[in-house]
Design a protein around this ligand. Sequence first.
Ligand code: FES
Ligand SMILES: [Fe+2]
Length: 455
Amino acid sequence: MRAEENVLLTQTGAGTPMGELLRRYWWPVTSNGRLLRDPVISVRLLGEDLTLFKDKSGRIGLVDRRCAHRRVDLSIGIPTEEGLRCMYHGWMYDVNGQCVDQPTEPEGSHFNEKVRIKSYPVQELGGLIFAYLGPEPVPLLPRWDVLVWDNTYRHVGASVLNANWLQCMENSVDTSHTEYTHGWWFEYHVLDRGGGTGNPEHDAIAQEHADSFKVRHLKTEWEVNEWGIQKYRLREGEAEDTPDWTIGHPLVFPYFVRLGGKIRSELQIRVPMDDEHTLHLDYMAYCPGPDVEVPEQDYVPYFEHPLFDEAGRPIADYVLAQDLAAWWSQGAIADRENERLGVSDRGVIMFRKLLMDQMKIVQDGGDPINVFRDPAVNERIDLPVNVLPGPVTRSAFSEKDDHRMSLTEMGDMTAVVGDNAGFKLSHYHMDRYSPALNQILEIYRRYEEVRLQRA
Ligand code: FES
Ligand SMILES: [Fe+2]
């Protein structure tokens, strides 16, 4: 790749070709649970510094980071019934950025009417707060399946990494990394260099976890479809009719990958904060199918998960941390001029081409893919994915379909039913950082209960 092409692909700012493409989409910036905890937060999105707030009447606004008066940071402001007040002299803005009060100006002054700061539309869906920074007419907020499923419990794990968003997205079409990143690297850190868990039983399960990822890919394929790129894999020991090969799972253009599961489905969302930083949101939706009722949920919890331990070393013992380590370690902006791409990188090349093609469509005045304007199409967009929630027919814990989580849930479940032997195993999943861990374990417990009743 030429240096100019790498610049073109990695810029996020307004006025750049990629920045303009990215501005055609609604971007999630946080969850409603986070706003319940912190009603005013700073947001950096596509190189812009903004303030997101929920006023005391429940309206959500996304406005300029700074007050028009003397540039104080509004993200440390005071939410009110009508909007957001600056902490310095109390100027107040509504969700449209209009200044509606200037308490330190003389009575009868209409100066406030002339003051308006930048604001962008926001919408809430599936517990996520989405923002749109692009031109009008504003497209519909896409109703992706997991955002609108019933009987689903959700939480969001977040991390900020010092890396361009494209590195994270390229991973979604880099199928074979799983062998090394999640298999061999995990094994090296936990069992080899880490010296094991100190418990032979746990070591055996950690080994099984590593081995489940170390399986070689026999075939990998990619295909551009309506929503992005569908990716397919066939691994050693699998039959050609495995859903991983016949259905695959999608990279949804331009910013997330959708993973399926019998209980847990996932959107791994990569939000470009600027050219060198990404907010990674792992949106996890626990849907055990129609037979099991999930716990009630008023809001979607938001939790941060760390990338480094106390000694500053990369955390290597849960799957997403392993991916994140690969992405930030490519550098803030990967040096693509010096890459040597192989046959296994065909998906990466396909994604870069798709980005270039869609950039061109925007430059020519068209709508890129996944910009929806027809409400009938947007009722619920079901994505093709290898594993879907289904009726309770078999254990949630030992099936290959859910191999990424089987270790964790098996461990957590035994902890829940009082068997300490399993407790440490939960260590290998990022849910260990979630405030909703107990609700999620409850879903698995209920699922197992129904299964055992039927067995
Ligand atoms: S700086 Fe915001 S009110 Fe003065
Ligand atoms: Fe990965």
